[in-house]
Design a protein around this ligand. Structure first.
Ligand code: GDG
Length: 462
């Protein structure tokens, strides 16, 4: 079988721990570690001399090749265009979108640099799989330089509806680059539909009866490939966490109180303020829960160079302070807000301990935490997942308590229902969810995408 070359913005080298959170890195490391191949991308390092070579490493069946970016490349490509233009737009936050033509040009140029740095590593029959919104036009940059290998692209974040997408200056340039791939994967059918709507309405393309897409003078395939986790591995991690110091400390601190857990990158798409407001509403409308539960919010700091992320952090600090000062007793505070990262095993243990998992993003491609929460539960006494309808995971996890995160009252009701749900209902809901995430695991995602990509007809060499 041809070698798989995975390209993502950030590569985690074997010497690094995945401590700073990120769903994509977790998934790639798990899956590529098993199947073997090359992982190519940015090293995470800034270097003032533009990189002319890559650094390489190997571990088990995986090879790694990375290069550094300069500060101005990093600012324009990552902080500005990727995270201040594409990220808010693709999460339907038009009000937060900042566009600058200069940053757009840097984004395109850095995608060109990825292509130039990757090409010396490519073998003729490699299959290339590009990941996520930082690298939307990379397939086009590779084709411009004569690469004829099979290229796949997977978008980890949502693709918004065509009216929202159309806000983006330069959209067609990006999409033309994207359409140079052979297979384009999305998290959900809804994202796939957005792509088809874009193709028809904005790019003058055609959707064939068998689902193939013709646009920008090419025929491509597109599909929904919901990403999953390694559920048994996460379950084992959680089981083994129960005698570790951090687990025991949290348990002792809680005493007889119930735990509601939330774990997110500190990102405005994750709906943390709305969740805190729902908790406040729960305390107001259901005084019987006062002193009887704690919401532990783990929010690992993310993209701290971007102003909207710093603003969010201030907002969450203020809100948690306000709610805690209004409801706390000398022995209890309703919200324990921890703006730091924890080892993966500690998170798994906290999820297992929690009677309620609160995953209420305003918009999310998938949300791995929803699946991790389910995997971590004790089958004999499982907790309840409260899940936003706007997380991609909601398409698969219909047995959770599905909420609209903008409806604070509804979220508060769901938290109440979760806290008092009887065992048999909890078990039935959990079983359905666990079966789904075990079936649609990370291996199924990986295999279904790579099988589809490998099956496309080979192109003639240039
Ligand atoms: C993107 C899309 C899509 C969190 N805090 C810590 C920590 N984490 C881990 C979680 C989970 C991962 O990070 C976060 O994954 P998500 O899926 O929730 O979110 P994004 O980072 O936004 O990921 C998302 C995903 O890509 C995959 O396609 O689902 O929609 O936005 O695994 O457990 N890990 C550690 N310490 C922490 O404090 N070790």
């Amino acid at each position: 079988m041809s070698r798989l070359v995975v390209v993502s913005n950030r590569v985690i080298l074997p010497s690094e721990r995945i401590q700073r959170a990120g769903g994509l890195a977790v998934a790639i490391r798990e899956a590529l570690g098993r199947s073997g191949g090359l992982w190519f991308g940015w090293s995470g390092e800034i270097n003032e001399t533009p990189a002319s070579t890559t650094q390489t490493a190997s571990k088990g069946k995986m090879d790694f090749a990375v290069f550094d970016l300069t500060q101005s490349e990093f600012d324009g490509f990552y902080n500005q265009f990727a995270n201040s233009t594409l990220w808010p737009l693709f999460h339907y936050r038009i009000g937060l979108v900042k566009f600058s033509r200069a940053a757009f040009q840097t984004y395109l140029a850095v995608n060109g640099r990825f292509a130039e740095m990757l090409i010396p590593h490519l073998k003729r029959d490699d299959t290339i799989w590009i990941h996520d919104y930082q690298l939307l036009p990379l397939a086009g940059e590779l084709r411009k330089r004569g690469v004829t290998n099979k290229i796949g692209f997977f978008l980890h974040i949502p693709l918004p509806g065509v009216d929202t997408l159309a806000v983006l200056p330069g959209l067609n340039t990006l999409m033309r680059g994207l359409a140079a791939a052979d297979v384009i994967g999305f998290q959900t059918e809804r994202d796939l539909q957005s792509f088809k709507d874009y193709v028809r309405q904005e790019a003058g393309g055609i959707i064939g009866p068998n689902g193939t897409i013709t646009c920008f003078d090419r025929t491509i395939e597109a599909g929904a490939f919901p990403i999953g986790i390694d559920a048994p591995a996460f379950a084992t991690l959680a089981e083994k966490a129960v005698d570790k110091p951090e687990y025991l400390q949290l348990k002792e601190g809680l005493g007889a109180r119930k735990l509601m857990i939330a774990v997110d990158r500190l990102d405005y798409s994750k709906g943390i303020p709305n969740r805190f407001e729902a908790c406040e509403e729960l305390l107001r409308t259901h005084p019987e829960h006062r002193g009887a539960f704690e919401l532990v919010q783990i929010a690992s700091p993310s993209r701290t160079d971007v102003a909207s992320y710093r603003d969010l952090r201030r907002e969450i600090d203020r809100l948690s302070g306000r709610i805690n000062s209004a409801f706390s007793e000398v022995h209890w505070a309703p919200i324990r807000y921890l703006a730091r990262t924890y080892p993966r095993q500690s998170l798994a243990g906290f999820c297992r301990m929690a009677q309620v998992g609160v995953v209420t993003p305003l918009r999310d491609g998938m949300n791995m935490v929803a699946k991790e929460y389910i995997a971590a539960q004790d089958p004999n006494d499982p907790g309840v997942l409260v899940l936003s309808r706007f997380a991609g995971a909601a398409a698969e996890l219909g047995s959770a308590l599905i909420v609209n995160p903008f409806d604070v009252d509804q979220c508060a009701d769901a938290m109440h229902r979760a806290l008092i749900m009887p065992l048999d209902e909890r078990q039935a809901r959990w079983r359905t969810a666990m079966d789904t995430i075990t079936r649609n695991d990370v291996k199924a995602w990986w295999t279904s995408f790579t099988t589809r990509l490998r099956a496309v007809p080979a192109r003639a060499a240039a």
